[in-house]
Design a protein around this ligand. Structure first.
Ligand code: AMP
Length: 396
């Protein structure tokens, strides 16, 4: 069994926590602190139990060498504000100095290490690098859900060096909502899927082809399905290689009595960036020189009706090119509708990535039951796959 944070005697211990502080930073300013905010309960729990805390994370892709743009210093400032205490910072995660700072920590103190990916050894899951990292703690806690689909030194290799290891409060919550909630969901369970790439979501769809009552499909992935059904999709995005898979999914859904609902109208244009023509069109009359870039008003009504009657909703992927004003309306309207459903006792679970960005753009994270901190990791967990960093902690 994987141990939970509250199963440890934390008093006077040094706790090494892998957190996910891979957050957007522009000109040294953190643009979205959601992941930092989500790490606070675990850190506070440790501090209040009399432990000291060492935090390690990656940020971006600095390719194995120091790069100021990927420094965790600005993350440290935000973290210090959240915790309302000063924190210690080391400019290298495995230097002797850094390890000495850790050894000198008093209960209640926090030490943040510089970006793990300033060393190639992190992504290579290097044994020696893992061993050096492990010198920072007597107990190892993984709370970095967003990287748990990767096998790196700080989340997989490092675990071998600890007898006392377990998951943090965020990791536990992510698993509870993205896995356990679907074992016995509040019925009916409705999946709302969008985004451009069908390939990344097909495993998820297949995994839910038994338990879900309805699957609503929007976004660019719609067009591979429409093409599979023999419809003309004009210039809309499709993935040729997935057409046969889309066909199989449609057949399997029919056998399992899972209803797949596709958009009945679209906002279409001749270009994403510089459209000279934008029209609302029916799903079966997309002109050859146009592409569907958002769901249309009739689809919004249709999807809304189904969503309002559900018990649990799992949402992953935007309904259109929501980054562009012309094609944001479908995602915006659906986000706003979903924001009202938590108060009607409908469980709304959102699988990170672009859907989480849409929520931040059009609504508020608090309006949802759970918004995952991990895009890729949540997709893999929802697809029924085992995540290596969770497995490294023991059996679930
Ligand atoms: P994904 O990573 O597969 O979830 O895709 C997210 C991206 O899908 C977003 O950047 C959207 O702009 C894009 N997207 C959504 N709908 C469409 C569409 N109809 N055509 C092209 N791209 C889309």
């Amino acid at each position: 069994m994987i141990r939970s944070l509250n199963s440890f005697d934390l008093k006077d211990k040094r706790v090494l926590i892998r957190v996910d502080y891979n957050v957007p930073i522009e000109d040294g300013v953190v643009k979205d602190a959601y992941r930092i905010q989500c790490s606070i309960p675990t850190i506070k729990e440790c501090l209040e139990s009399g432990a000291s805390v060492v935090l390690m994370s990656h940020l971006g892709r600095p390719e194995g060498k120091f790069n100021e743009d990927y420094s965790l210093i600005s993350v440290g400032e935000v973290l210090s504000d959240f915790l309302e205490i000063p924190i210690k910072f080391s400019h290298d995660c495995i230097s002797e100095d850094a390890i000495n700072v850790t050894i000198g920590l008093h209960p209640g103190e926090v030490h943040l290490l510089e970006n793990l990916r300033f060393h190639n050894a992190e992504e290579e899951n290097d044994i020696e690098f893992s061993r050096l990292l492990s010198k920072h703690g007597q107990i190892y806690i993984n709370d970095a859900f967003g990287t748990s689909h990767r096998s790196h030194a700080s989340n997989v290799g490092v675990a071998d060096n600890f007898t006392h290891k377990g998951m943090g409060l965020l990791m536990k919550k992510e698993i509870q909502y993205l896995q356990n909630k679907f074992k016995n969901p509040k019925e009916p369970l409705v999946l709302l899927l969008g985004g451009a790439k069908i390939s990344g979501k097909i495993d998820l769809i297949e995994n839910f082809l038994i338990d879900a009552k309805t699957i609503l499909i929007g976004g660019g992935m719609t067009f591979t399905f429409l093409k599979a059904m023999g419809l003309d999709v004009g210039k809309s995005i499709i993935d040729e290689q997935m057409i046969s898979v889309a066909n199989k999914v449609i057949k399997k859904a029919r056998q399992n009595r899972v209803k797949i609902v596709f958009p009945i109208d679209f906002i279409a244009a001749d270009s994403i960036d510089k459209p000279s023509k934008i029209e609302t069109i029916s799903f079966d009359s997309i002109p050859t020189n146009m592409m569907g870039l958002d769901i249309g008003p009739e689809t919004i009504k249709l999807f809304s009706k189904i969503l309002q009657k559900s018990g649990t909703i799992l949402w992953n992927g935007p309904m259109g090119v929501f980054e562009k004003k012309n094609f944001e309306n479908g995602t915006k309207e659906i986000t706003n509708l979903l924001s009202e459903l938590k108060d009607e006792n409908i469980i709304t679970i959102v699988g990170g990535g672009d859907s989480a960005s849409a929520i931040r753009k059009f609504s508020n994270i608090e309006n949802f039951t759970h918004v995952s901190t991990g895009g890729g990791a949540s997709l893999e967990l929802l697809s029924g796959k085992n995540l290596p960093a969770i497995e490294a902690l023991g059996k679930l």
